[in-house]
Ligand binder design. Structure first.
Ligand code: BDP
Length: 347
């Protein structure tokens, strides 16, 4: 994939918003230091952590983060506090992941796609059309194999706390709508920073352009890219629909959302605190999933109201066939997980 430095990076609307948020974000650094630090040992001491989130305050993943933080606070009688920094205040995802790996941010909720550049296993979720629907995805995530995959993060400087619902990603385009596989050919699509997803677009004959989420709106507006792909709540909340009015529901990927913590922070916790955090994360999942489903329904209606051209895809076979080579290319890396996904298909 093109290196980051070769990418054209227009100033995003979010970068401008973020500039104003830096002062607000600085305060908890001091608090964290006074409180014994994010990486300090636990065993009854006060702890405070920062959790980075790219989405707005009322977005379902942010609500899941906040539920997690609330449960931790309540169950530790206020001893452990987690402050959620929404709206990419602490940076775009790739940079946040680096900061979490280094320990300068303790936690983040992030997409598994950019995580795949740090922990290969996460690239699994970038393979196209491997899950039939949300239930199929969750059978895998809740299965031992899903847990094992999250556990692989422990080798890479992170600890995975839980998965959140990612919905399904579909294409959207300015200019001509995508009515068939052939309509992707020769057009430029923004992708997340993930080698597997770059290969997916190439398999369809498109031209993949990796860039940060916060840059997509202006890249669509300026014509730097012809389209992008995401789930309905992101497409709506980031206003991409304003500049790319054709949405094609091919539902090519379910790129799991994950809640992760820096390894040293995690290893510095006492066993009771580890249990408390793990349990709180797990208990936030049903809430996040409920919020997710509601948001997809509301946002789909809002998109219709805004006059978005929503194209249903009745037969996914041509899409699957055109991109089967991507699964074959990576089968060796993900064989065990792909087998498990296959065995959970009809459960
Ligand atoms: C959204 C994910 C978010 C990613 C974004 C993207 O929730 O974490 O940053 O997609 O496309 O669906 O980069």
């Amino acid at each position: 994939m093109p290196s980051k430095s070769t990418l054209y990076r227009p100033i995003s609307r979010r970068s401008i918003l973020k500039a104003g948020a830096i002062t607000a974000a600085a305060a908890p650094f001091a608090l964290s230091a006074c409180g014994g630090g994010g990486s300090g040992g636990s065993g009854g001491s006060e702890l405070s952590f920062r959790l980075a989130e790219t989405h707005p305050d009322d977005y379902p993943t942010t609500l899941g983060d906040k539920r997690f933080a609330d449960l931790v606070k309540e169950r530790s009688d206020g001893r452990i506090s987690i402050e959620v920094f929404a709206n990419a205040q602490l940076g775009e995802e790739s940079s946040v992941i680096e900061q979490v790996q280094m320990g300068s941010i303790e936690m983040t909720r992030v997409s598994s796609a950019p995580m795949s550049e740090f922990a290969v296993g996460m690239g699994l979720f970038g393979l196209p059309y491997i899950f039939d629907d949300s239930d199929h995805l969750w059978r895998f995530l809740d299965d031992d194999s899903g847990k094992q995959l999250l556990g692989e993060l422990d080798d890479e400087g992170f600890h995975g706390l839980c998965y959140f619902d990612p919905g399904a990603r579909s294409f959207y385009a300015s200019g001509d709508p995508i009515e068939s596989v052939d309509d992707v050919k020769g057009r430029k699509f923004r992708v997340q920073e993930s080698e597997v997803i770059v290969d997916f677009i190439k398999a369809l004959g498109g031209s993949p352009t990796p860039m940060d989420y916060g840059e997509v709106y202006s890249a669509l507006q300026s014509g730097l890219i012809d389209g992008a792909e995401n789930n309905e709540p992101s497409y709506y909340s980031a206003s991409h629909y304003e500049v790319a009015k054709n949405l094609t529901l091919d539902e090519h990927m379910r790129v799991a959302e994950i809640l992760i913590v820096n390894s040293d922070t995690w290893n510095g916790l006492g066993d009771d605190d580890k249990d408390l955090l793990s349990k709180a994360a797990q208990d936030a999942v049903p809430y996040q999933r409920k919020k997710w489903d509601a948001q997809v329904a509301t946002d789909t209606q809002k998109l219709r109201d805004e006059g978005v051209n929503i194209i249903e895809v009745d037969d996914i076979t041509p899409w699957r066939d055109a991109t089967a080579s991507v699964i074959e290319k990576y089968r060796g890396d993900y064989a065990e997980y792909l087998d498990s996904i296959e065995s959970l298909r009809q459960a």
